[in-house]
Write a protein that binds this ligand. Structure first.
Ligand code: GLA
Length: 389
């Protein structure tokens, strides 16, 4: 048994004097398709082998007692009392996850004693928040013996993010956490919600390395909502000329080029990113499918440039890591991953050069910023589930 699981079990027994059931939901890395999900576009994430674990036992009343093991903090709430939103703490993810699945299931839930621990790096853009919402939602429904469609679970987690956390996120993180598949990335069409699973390269051939800047700028959430509003504004302006469009997904590159004179900055650049990123994502999926890593890497690097110059969600630390990685021979491509303003880069690298990538980026980044980045090789994993021990 994994050590964190063992510890969670022991601590749960000590704290609640009962035998829990165990649930898990993973974080994710996005290979390409950034800031496209809330524009009805394409994304290509995979669920990682870092996850949120929830131990839980149903109660006879409507009380949720929840202990965040890693933070050594505990809280309680009553499901029959008014929900509390946007406290600005970890409890928002938990209360949001529970309240939103309760609403979605249309049933009054019984309370539970819960204990949570996480191996997803926090604030690293690896979707630790969606992993908590999804894991808690899955746990409370299962404990109440309620079957909820997995898509509904993902949507409830997204609603938690919107209402309880205050970020108008898209659906990528929650879908990755719910529908991840071992050894595969998913090309998700965020409009039709169709998933195509794409096998990832064998690790002894080409690796996917994730490097964490360990910096999270606090503008991330307000800037995220601003970007989303700018995209909506772009659609509103272009709709005067293209009445059938409902999102940037509907605008071709050709149409955009024809209309871009009508779009003021920065809306023009924001739209250019989204429209070109959708194209890159679909093409990159094709490249991964046919093991054309040179092409896939080139598209990833172009994605980074577009996020840096047009969407303006990168940071000095991310740009530095991407540039440094590209100096290593056999790095096919590198880009920031996730919402931006800090967090991680994702790198496509020949297996023989992983160690060189690790040492070069660590040395140069440490010299430039005064601390070392974290370096990960994650395995693509399956989505939210109950564990049997
Ligand atoms: C965050 C959001 C996602 C997505 C990415 C950017 O991770 O939660 O929905 O928009 O940013 O691609």
């Amino acid at each position: 048994m994994e050590p964190e699981l063992e510890k969670l079990l022991t601590d749960f027994r000590d704290r609640f004097s009962a035998e829990p059931r165990l649930f898990l939901a993973p974080g994710r890395v996005n290979l390409i398709g950034e800031h496209t999900d809330y524009n009805d576009g394409f994304v290509m994430p995979f669920a990682i082998d870092r996850h949120v674990l929830v131990a839980g036992k149903l109660r006879d009343d409507s009380i949720i007692n929840v202990r965040a093991m890693d933070l050594d903090e505990e809280a309680s709430l009553d499901l029959r009392a008014q929900p509390v939103k946007r406290r600005g703490s970890w409890l928002d993810y938990v209360e949001g996850g529970i309240r939103c699945v309760e609403q979605s299931a249309g049933a009054k839930l019984r309370g539970a004693d819960l204990m949570i621990s996480s191996t997803v790096p926090i604030g690293a853009g690896l979707s630790s928040s969606a992993a908590i919402e999804t894991a808690v939602g899955h746990a409370i429904l299962s404990l109440n013996e309620i079957q909820l469609d997995r898509k509904a679970l993902a949507f409830a987690s997204q609603q938690a993010e919107h209402e309880f956390v205050g970020i108008r996120s898209g659906i990528m993180d929650q879908f990755a956490s719910v529908f991840g598949r071992h050894g595969h990335a998913m090309l998700l069409d965020c409009r039709s919600l169709e998933i195509e699973y794409i096998p990832l390269p064998k690790e002894d051939d080409v690796a996917i390395a994730v490097i964490d800047t360990k910096v999270k700028h606090n503008l991330a959430s307000s800037e995220y909502n601003t970007r989303r509003a700018e995209c909506e504004k772009g659609v509103e302006i272009m709709r005067e000329y293209l009445p059938d469009i409902t999102s940037l997904r509907d605008v071709s590159r050709h149409e955009f080029e024809r209309l871009m004179g009508h779009l003021p900055e920065p809306i023009r650049s924001r739209c250019r990113h989204v429209i070109s990123e959708n194209e890159r994502t679909v093409t990159a999926a094709e490249a991964f499918r046919s093991s054309d890593f040179v092409k896939a890497g080139e598209l990833m690097s172009n994605s980074h440039r577009s996020l840096r110059d047009d969407y303006k969600v990168s940071s000095a630390e991310l740009d530095f890591l991407v540039e440094t990685a590209r100096e290593v021979v056999d790095v096919f491509g590198a880009r920031m991953t996730g919402g931006g303003f800090g967090g991680c880069t994702v790198n496509l690298v020949g297996a023989g050069s992983v160690e060189e990538l690790r040492s070069v980026t660590t040395a140069k980044y440490s010299k430039r910023f005064g601390f070392a980045p974290d370096f990960y090789i994650f395995q693509a994993s399956s989505g939210a589930s109950e564990l049997t021990v």
